[in-house]
Design a binder for this molecule. Structure first.
Ligand SMILES: Nc1ncnc2c1ncn2[C@@H]1O[C@H](COP(=O)(O)OP(=O)(O)O)[C@@H](O)[C@H]1O
Ligand SMILES: [Mg+2]
Length: 461
């Protein structure tokens, strides 16, 4: 591109500590600040390029090819300003690790479209997704029927997250039993993600399940990775407290995929202040309107009709990527014009086939107290009862059936297996009994094995 001016600058060792984009543009006499792209290189070099227009103004539509996971476990979500691909990792074949991901940005910055692209990628790559769309299912409506589990309320999201943590624990015990140190994709378990859009609703101050949500998300980030259970959240916030405190972010940033879309400058300062973005990393701000010239108009001059239309959706920094300070943008995902129903372009990306995986049995992850509250609250013909509730073994998890079947003084494995296979629920095989038991031992619900060989429950306190 001959009409691009390029300046190579020497910076102080370690790079620029404070970067004033406007001052630089004024110095270069460029009125449209978005035409100037600043990139801190490694060491003492920085590059400033002045484009005829912002190079990210016209990006192409995303394709299924972009979203097919490559041999390194990455998908392509968009492009950097210089045309190189913006890659996002969903799997690390070298370590067998699932990822934890976070997408941050203010309302309208493009979080949900980016999530939608990840959802399409997962479906196309045989990755099982359990999704919480906490804006009443409005953020990514086309995901309905295209993910294994889809919930839209905070309570269901908690049940879903409990289910994911339980699955991670089950896998840990099962893999340990198999003598395996890590996750091998699809042998036998699929790569699985929990994805929460509008996670701020779960994590903000005063949210009903805030503490548990933060705990479950952190727990998944900690233990899920190595057994192929990942977590991705999308969130907006004006303050770190609204994301369950800076801890949630710190865990994400330590080893994860973090994307920062348009973000208020106050939030940006907190991220730097809290050490979440390395000090001195100079991020050129992402304006709401790109291409706007802040020139005073003379008396007869008119402004363009569309000059205040937001047009920077999808512009972002991939903070944990190889170029954290280079501006990038997601490709166009779906229709530009609003649709009256489901977006046909997005439905076409998902394709008609059924999504991989089985839904999480949400009820199985209710506590006894919650189940009682849910069962006893509404029915007029509910008998008031103090006796043991009838167990619906068909909808209970194996773990719950085990705990229900075990008397206080325990059972042998043979007797427990017989009891389970007489309780009216699905058939339980010895292998799955053993892995579930080691999972329950890990959680402190069943005692460690001893010389009697009896399986003994640990009473809850
Ligand atoms: N990658 C994209 N491709 C096409 N349109 C986009 C993209 N990102 C954002 N938009 C536009 O911006 C609007 C807001 O994006 P959305 O993803 O819903 O933002 P957020 O979830 O951050 O509030 C969308 O309705 C769409 O019109
Ligand atoms: Mg959204």
């Amino acid at each position: 591109m001959s009409d691009v001016r390029e300046y190579v600058l020497k910076t102080p060792p370690g790079g620029i500590k404070r970067y004033d984009h406007e001052a630089l543009c004024d110095l270069l006499k460029v009125e449209d600040y978005s035409r100037v792209i600043f990139e801190q290189g490694v060491g003492r070099e920085a590059i400033v390029r002045v484009y005829p227009t912002n190079p990210l103004m016209d990006v192409r539509e995303i394709s299924l090819d972009d979203l097919a996971m490559d041999g390194r476990g990455r998908i392509t979500l968009g492009t950097y300003f210089d045309g190189s691909p913006l890659r996002f990792r969903l799997f690390d074949p070298k370590t067998g690790n699932a990822q934890r991901g976070a997408v941050f940005g203010t309302t309208g910055a493009g979080k949900s479209r980016l999530v939608q692209a990840i959802l399409v990628a997962c479906k196309a790559s045989g990755i099982v997704v359990h999704l919480a769309d906490l804006k009443h299912g409005q953020s990514v409506p086309e995901a309905k029927g295209n993910v294994a589990t889809r919930v839209t309320t905070q309570y269901e999201a908690i049940l879903m997250l409990r289910g994911l943590v339980a699955e991670a624990e089950r896998r840990m015990a099962a893999y340990a039993e198999m003598g395996r140190s890590g996750f091998v994709k699809d042998a036998p378990d699929p790569l699985t993600y929990g994805i929460v859009d509008e996670a701020n609703r779960l994590l903000e101050k005063g949210a009903p399940f805030r503490d548990e949500a933060a705990l479950l998300i952190k727990e998944l980030g900690r233990t899920g990775r190595s057994v192929g259970v990942g977590i991705i959240i999308a969130a907006q916030a004006g303050h770190l407290d609204e994301l369950g405190g800076s801890d949630t972010l710190r865990a994400m940033l330590k080893e994860g995929e973090v994307i920062l879309l348009r973000w208020s400058s106050a939030m940006m300062q907190q991220l730097v202040g809290d050490g979440l973005i390395p000090r001195g990393e100079a991020l050129q701000p992402i304006p709401k309107v790109v291409g706007q010239v802040r020139k005073i108009r003379r008396y007869n001059e008119t402004r363009a009709d569309d000059e205040d239309d937001v047009n920077s959706q999808g512009m972002l920094y991939h903070l944990t990527g190889i170029r954290p300070t280079s501006m990038a943008r997601t490709y166009v995902v779906g229709s530009i014009e609003p649709c009256t129903g489901y977006d046909p372009l997005i439905l076409a990306l998902y394709g008609p086939q059924a999504p991989p995986g089985e839904p999480i049995d949400l009820e199985a992850h209710m506590t006894a107290k919650e189940r009682k509250a849910a069962g006893g609250g509404d029915g007029e013909d509910d008998e008031p009862s103090t006796s043991e509730p009838e167990l619906d073994t068909a909808t209970m998890s194996t773990a719950q059936r085990i705990l229900a079947a075990l008397p206080a003084d325990g059972l042998t494995e043979v007797d427990l297996l017989a009891a389970l296979n007489a309780d009216g629920g699905r058939e339980v095989r010895r292998g799955s009994l053993r892995t579930t038991i080691s999972g329950l031992r890990g959680k402190g619900e069943i005692a460690r094995p001893d010389s009697t060989g009896l399986i003994v429950p640990i009473p809850a306190d």
